[in-house]
Design a protein around this ligand. Sequence first.
Ligand code: KIV
Ligand code: ZN
Length: 498
Amino acid sequence: MSDRLFIFDTTLRDGEQVPGCQLNTVEKIQIAKQLETLGVDVIEAGFPVSSPGDFNSVVEISKAVTWPTICALTRAVQKDIDVAAEALQFAKHKRIHTGIGTSDSHIKYKFNSTREEVMERAVAAVKYARRFVDDVEFYAEDAGRTDNEYLARVVEAVIKAGATVVNIPDTTGYCLPEEYGAKIKYLIDHVDGIDKAILSTHCHNDLGMATANTISGVLNGARQVEVTINGIGERAGNTSLEEVAMILRCHHDIHIDTNINTCKIYPTSRMVSSLMNMPVQPNKAIVGRNAFAHSSGIHQDGVLKNVQTYEIINPKDVGIDDNAIVLTARSGRAALKHRLNAMGIEMDQEKLDKVYEDFLKLADKKKDITEDDIMVLAGADRNLNHHIKLEYLQVTSGVGVRSVASLGLNISGEHFEAAATGNGPVDAAIKAVKQIIKRQMTLKEFTIQAISKGSDDVGKVHMQVEYDGQIFYGFGANTDIIAASVEAYIDCINKFRK
Ligand code: KIV
Ligand code: ZN
């Protein structure tokens, strides 16, 4: 008999805390609906007291989603809980996630408090949250570094106070898999009333052990896992949903099932990556571009003889369909719509017509249009409200000469022009932009990625620019990588020049 593991997705809360990955409410609703199709049990939709935007997103996601429980994060503070309860008013199934730091360093340095006082605050928060909802999850922040004996007392007290789920976060990603698994087992063996609540894992990836720790927690009795799509999240990220789902699917011997429809994993991964402007590393397990690419001769030979020699997952099981219809300049609107739907993207006729128009322009420039290209085209209207737009760009560059760029920007209807030289075409173009936008901006990160293979490919550029002590994230995509770089730079500027 299989046990059921609940999947708690925190892409829209812990994942969205990544600097530069912020989403607007419409984008969050799109991801939440995709998570529902994917089959997650709980969607952590935000931290309502943190901003009006987060509050509104929790309200709108609650209205848009039917089956998953919608969860809102709070501190162990009454005001936070009041606001979370209000934000959840339209949710069909609702949960408040409240908690407090329990490690000695949190108690001493963060709260200047004592173990007993923290325990009282934990109990009071759970009791207060239970006045609004039947489903209350408690998190013991930094449980990974909390003394097990004290942690067990806290867990026992919050369950008595009405917590239905208790989250044991390895907030700093410090634990070893054996240590984390032993912590879960310790709680199962030492907490009176543990059968009245579900224990949850929440592992960060600072030492690259998030998934291993999560699985160790599950093997020792945790029955909820907190995960994000593509493993995004604070610092090195959280446990990735796709890794946990596929580990349990590949290892039947563990006898634990989830409700995840694994065929929706890849489209969900691409949607999150594209909307958050967060590239997936090519060698990322399950969803990276190279995850199923066999390049060495020995491996290719083996796979051709029998695919099981080097492949433990059929790519189709995670939604990668190599035989999908190839889209070219001769494909019609219906084929494009079909592919968009398969990728989890719905759009009205007006937007479809616009995307189709852009698709035909791109198909004239490159032979095969990939899913990544389509994602970029589908998200292109995110720039429509930008008040700074690139009007034209001309660059000359070569070997042994300095590059020269001249460009024109349209800023809220006014035209500006500038020219500059640089040690390469991107440097020259960015200097020209800076002549117009006279701000102290520092380019912190700059990555150029070809979407698929050919020299006619679309280049995707991700940038991070620091301005006024804050980081702003920008994205550009174009068959001309200099233009894509300038678009990404202007995207960053548009974010702080609202
Ligand atoms: O990592 C952590 O401890 C958290 C809690 C707020 C649940 O994200
Ligand atoms: Zn976290």
